[in-house]
Ligand binder design. Structure first.
Ligand code: HEC
Length: 195
C-alpha cells in the first residue's frame, strides 16, 4: 500500500512538472518570436478590417444612420429575392412575425418559426448579422448606412420601431425587443429540460 501511494505521488509530480514547463515556455516567449519562422504581426489596419463584431449593448457599432424608407429600397434590390416581399414568403428565413410564439412555446411547438420579431433578444444583433452575413452571396458588401437602413426597415416591418425611426449607434442599442425578457441566465441544476 505504501509503495502504491508513493508511486502515485510521483506520477502527479511528473504531470505537474510537465504542466509547469509548458506554461513557462509559453509565457517566456516574447511577442516577436516566430517559432516556425513564418508569418508576421498583423497591422492595425488589417485587424480593423475584420474587427466588425457588434455586441448586444451596441459596442462596436460604426458611425452612420438609416431609416426604414431607405431600407425598403435596399431590401427590394438586395434581399427580397430570397426573403420575400415584406420579409415573408421567400425561400430563405422569414424575417417578420411577432404574433406566433407569443407564449414562447418554441421548445414544445415545432411548427413555430423563430424570427427577428418574435425571438431575437437584441436589435443590435440584426445589425451585426446583416453586416457580417448578408446578402447571402455577397457578405461584407453593405455600407454602415445601408445596414442601419435595412435594420430600421426590418424592425419597422416587425412593428418594433416606428416607420420614421432613424437607426444609428445611439438609437439602435435603445430598441427593446419583444423577446428581450424571455432570455434568462441558465441557472438550472438538473430537473426539467424546458424551464
Ligand atoms: C441568396 C439568398 C439571400 C439573400 C439575397 C439574402 N439572404 Fe438573408 N438569409 C439567407 C439564408 C439562406 C439565411 C439563413 C442563413 C443561415 O441560417 O446560415 C438568411 C438569414 C438571414 C437573417 C437571419 C434570420 C434568422 O431569423 O435567423 C437575416 C436577418 C437576413 N438573412 C437578412 C438579410 C438581408 C437584410 C438581406 C439583404 C441585404 C438578405 N438577408 C439577403 C439568404 C439570403
Amino acid at each position: 500500500m505504501r509503495s502504491q501511494g508513493h508511486s502515485r505521488h510521483r506520477y502527479f509530480s511528473f504531470v505537474l512538472a510537465i504542466a509547469a514547463a509548458c506554461s513557462i515556455s509559453v509565457m517566456a516567449q516574447p511577442q516577436s518570436a516566430k517559432p516556425l519562422g513564418i508569418g508576421r504581426v498583423a497591422t492595425a489596419q488589417e485587424i480593423a478590417k475584420i474587427d466588425i463584431d457588434v455586441r448586444p449593448d451596441g459596442k462596436g457599432l460604426p458611425e452612420g444612420k438609416g431609416t426604414a424608407a431607405e431600407g425598403a429600397k435596399i431590401y427590394a434590390a438586395k434581399c427580397q429575392s430570397c426573403h420575400g416581399a415584406n420579409g415573408i414568403g421567400g425561400s430563405a428565413d422569414r424575417l417578420v412575425d411577432r404574433e406566433s410564439g407569443k407564449n414562447w412555446d418554441f421548445a414544445t411547438n415545432p411548427k413555430l418559426v423563430k424570427t427577428v420579431g418574435n425571438y431575437w433578444p437584441y436589435a443590435t444583433t440584426l445589425y451585426d448579422y446583416t453586416n457580417r452575413a448578408m446578402p447571402f452571396m455577397q457578405p461584407g458588401t453593405l455600407t454602415p448606412d445601408e445596414t442601419y437602413a435595412l435594420t430600421a426597415y426590418i424592425l419597422a416591418l416587425n412593428k418594433i420601431v416606428p416607420e420614421d425611426a432613424v437607426m444609428d449607434r445611439a438609437t439602435l442599442p435603445k430598441v427593446v425587443m419583444p423577446s428581450r425578457d424571455r432570455f434568462v441566465i441558465d441557472n438550472r441544476n438538473g430537473g426539467k429540460i424546458v424551464k
